[in-house]
Design a protein around this ligand. Structure first.
Ligand code: DON
Length: 309
């Protein structure tokens, strides 16, 4: 499904879709979550949402996929909105330079993860949300539903179970941080909430709309404030420096926008004041970022001249 001529960037999206179809190297789907391993790396979708809620896209832009780490942006948003600066007591905001599921820094940094977008940091954020509300994953799902206007967004229990079955590394991270007193909830409860959060399924259209508050300086779709202008800036900044893990430098170099990837093959990106983008293609590079997704965002900023730089 294409929408040439629809919206400000319709013709550019059509061009990117054609160029992406010609890409030979597509990467490989994540295989450490068995249910993601069978995804077809040739699938591709891309959506743009403008600040007024107009949304359009190309390819599989309405196809729901596994959001995975993209939910870390919405979890951090809720933590900042509910709890303000306190979240930074348990997690830093510096790039890690390490893979998203790495354990190495945690010991010599006393159980405080580098940032909220690597798995260890996301576990701290979900733990705090769980303490504050009793239902971290439910709250994240609600935020996605409200901001996208799609009440059908939901968990995918089979994906959560598939990840839990191979969850040893996340369990190790959580137990290790608990040994430093940086996790408040029982680790099995925290892991269940985290896997549920990661299992949320949504489309490029849903996610581009749901992230709209990041292009609107913290203002929700209904015009009310979710974050202060300053907090929206802070989240965009952490996405730029940490959103694509140990490839954040390369992503900033190629794309030049705040972005957040997930191992389901999705990436959201923000052009503050102008639009939010979401791309999906399940083939990943070595660092867990969608190959065609990064290429498409690279083309978008090159063809439009839009970036934060
Ligand atoms: O915890 C995990 O490993 C996955 N649920 C999420 C990781 C992820 O999406 C990293 N993204 N590139």
């Amino acid at each position: 499904m294409t929408t040439a001529g629809t919206g400000r960037f319709g013709a550019i999206l059509d061009r990117i879709e054609k160029e992406t179809a010609a890409l030979d190297e597509r990467g490989r789907p994540a295989d450490y979550i068995p249910l993601l391993a069978g995804a077809d790396p040739r699938r591709f979708g891309m959506a743009v949402a403008e600040p007024d809620g107009t949304v359009y896209g190309v390819g599989d832009w309405r196809q729901p996929f596994s959001t995975q780490s993209i939910t870390k942006v919405f979890a951090l948003t809720l933590a900042l909105s509910l709890d303000g600066e306190r979240i930074w007591h348990g997690v830093g905001r510096e790039p890690s330079g390490n893979p998203f599921n790495s354990l190495v820094q945690l010991e010599y940094e006393n159980g405080i993860p580098r940032n909220p977008f690597i798995n260890a940091g996301a576990l701290v954020v979900t733990d705090r949300l769980q303490t504050l509300t009793g239902d971290a994953a439910g709250l994240i799902r609600e935020l996605l539903r409200t901001e996208s206007g799609n009440p059908a967004i939901d968990f995918e229990p089979a994906i959560a179970a598939s990840e839990a079955a191979r969850g040893d590394r996340n369990a190790a991270l959580a137990h290790f941080m608990a040994s430093y007193g940086n996790i408040a909830n029982p680790v099995p409860d925290l892991l269940a909430a985290y896997f549920q959060q990661c299992s949320i399924t949504a489309s490029c259209a849903d996610l581009a709309l749901a992230a709209g508050f990041l292009a609107r300086q913290g203002v929700r779709a209904d015009g009310s404030a979710l974050l202060t202008r300053s907090q929206a800036k802070q989240i965009n900044a952490v996405m730029l420096t940490c959103g694509t893990y140990d490839a954040a430098g390369e992503f900033a170099y190629r794309v030049g926008l705040p972005g957040k990837s997930g191992v389901g093959g999705g990436i959201i990106a923000v052009v503050p004041g102008v639009c939010t983008l979401c791309v999906w293609s399940p083939g990943l590079d070595q660092r867990g970022n969608s190959v065609a997704g990064v290429a498409a965002l690279d083309r978008f900023t090159t063809l439009t001249g839009l970036s934060i730089f």
